[in-house]
Structure formats: C-alpha cells, structure tokens
Write a protein that binds this ligand. Structure first.
Ligand SMILES: [Zn+2]
Length: 255
C-alpha cells in the first residue's frame, strides 16, 4: 500500500486506529519514516512505513497484525483532524449535523469516548474541508475579530490584542513576520499557537488575494448586515428578498 506523502500515511494510520478500535504507539515519526506498535504489552503489532529519499511517496513495508488486543475506549491517536476526515462527507451533506450526534455516533460505531470539545473542533475543521471541496476556487477568510476573541482568551488581552491586530493589518509579508516575531518575543508558545491554529493566508492582509477587491480582515460588515435584516430573515424566501429590497431602497433614498 502506497501513499503520496508522509502526511497522507499518517492520516491513514490514525483512521486505521479508529476503525480497528486499537490504540497505537508512535515509536518513530519523521519526514520519511513512521513506526507504530500496539499499546498492549506483548502484542506483536508492528506497522512500518517509509520510502526512498528521491520522492515524497512512502509505502507500508511491514505490517504484523494484533492478537486479541481488545477494544480501546479512549484512543489518543484519534485526534480531531481524524474525526473531521471521517465525517467529512457527512458534514458536506448535512452541515447541521450536531456535535452531540457526532459524539454519540463515535461511541456507537467505534465504542470510542471522545470529548464534546474535540467533536466541536472536528466539526469546525470538517465543515471547512467540505467548503474547500465544494467551492474549489473560493478564497476563504477568517475574521480577525473572532481569532482575537478565541486566541486572546488563552494568551491574554491588552498587549497581545494590539500585536494581533498589527499582524492582521500587515500589508506585506516581511511586516507580518516582524509582528509575529514581536508576539513570539512576548510569548513564544502564543505566537506558534496563532499560526498553527489560524493559517495567516486566511486573515493577514499581506496574503489576501486580489480577486476579492477588499482588504477587510474582519467580518463586521456581514454581521451588521445580518443584524439589519434579522426580521426579514424569518420570512419565506420571496417575502424576505422583497423586505431586503425595500430596506435597501429606503436606505439609498435616505442617504
Ligand atoms: Zn495489539
């Protein structure tokens, strides 16, 4: 069995652990090699994946199966990205699929205990992935104000808030790198957490594409529009569109 790169191989191993209900131990994991054993003492399980150094491709070289290892109810190898990957199609066809249902389904199908927080993150990632699949060309932006709300909750407000906004407003990449460095000087871990969780391509001005002709890094305008049409939103489609049309006409006339 071959994979296009080590990232794909890793994803596969995590899905394998989920599907087989076994907990694997990562013995080795680097850019070219993966080596897993079983968490159960004395189990001969061994999964070795590697490739030659000329291409990113890797393949399964050794697979020794488990002997009766029993089911794992808490599987540390199964992270939120694995769950997101597993539920990707489900979320694409049913975006309203609830976190509670996800948790219950994981328990029913794989006898796995997963926290609601993990499912919540998996749902978020799965939805983003589904959007990427459906709207291949679409350019996505994150709202910097929401990033601020979540990130500052963990790493502190005040100085950090200011630095984050300066980072978001950076209009060229070197400037962004400098701002990020400033954050890292205050707290190295906070800076790393910021770029790990929120890819700068989606919220820093320097990386925004030129197809969408604006440089807004928050979604204040959409949220205030949403609030402005709140009443209309409860109406059936035709009535709603008609209400919005009248609201816009009145506003244009008033301005
Ligand atoms: Zn085993």
């Amino acid at each position: 069995m071959a994979f296009k790169d080590i990232v794909e191989a890793k994803q596969f191993c995590k899905l394998y652990a989920l599907a087989k209900k076994v907990e694997l131990v990562v013995v080795k994991s680097d850019k070219k090699r993966l080596r897993y054993t079983c968490v159960v003492d004395g189990c001969p399980f061994l999964l070795l994946i590697y490739g030659d150094l000329t291409t990113p491709e890797v393949s399964v070289k050794t697979l020794v199966d488990h002997i009766e290892c029993g089911t794992t109810y808490d599987n540390s190898l199964v992270d939120y990205s694995t769950i997101a990957l597993y539920f990707k199609d489900k979320l694409q066809s049913d975006p309203k699929y609830k976190v509670k249902e996800m948790k219950a389904d994981l328990h029913r199908v794989f006898e796995l205990n997963v926290s609601e927080a993990k499912c919540k993150r998996a749902k978020k990632e799965g939805l983003l992935e589904a959007i990427r699949t459906v709207l291949l060309e679409a350019h996505q932006r994150y709202c910097a104000r929401h990033i601020k709300a979540n990130w500052c909750k963990r790493w502190g407000k005040g100085e950090m808030t200011k630095l984050l906004w300066w980072a978001a407003w950076s209009s060229f990449t070197e400037q962004f790198e400098d701002q990020l460095q400033e954050i890292k000087e205050v707290n190295e871990e906070a800076g790393q957490d910021l770029i790990d969780k929120y890819p700068p391509k989606a919220w820093c001005r320097a990386y925004l594409d030129t197809v969408c002709k604006n440089q807004v890094v928050d979604n204040n305008i959409t949220e205030s529009f949403n609030a402005w049409i709140l009443e209309a939103r409860y109406k059936p489609t035709i009535g709603m569109v008609e209400d919005i049309r009248i609201k816009i006409m009145e506003r244009l006339a008033a301005k």
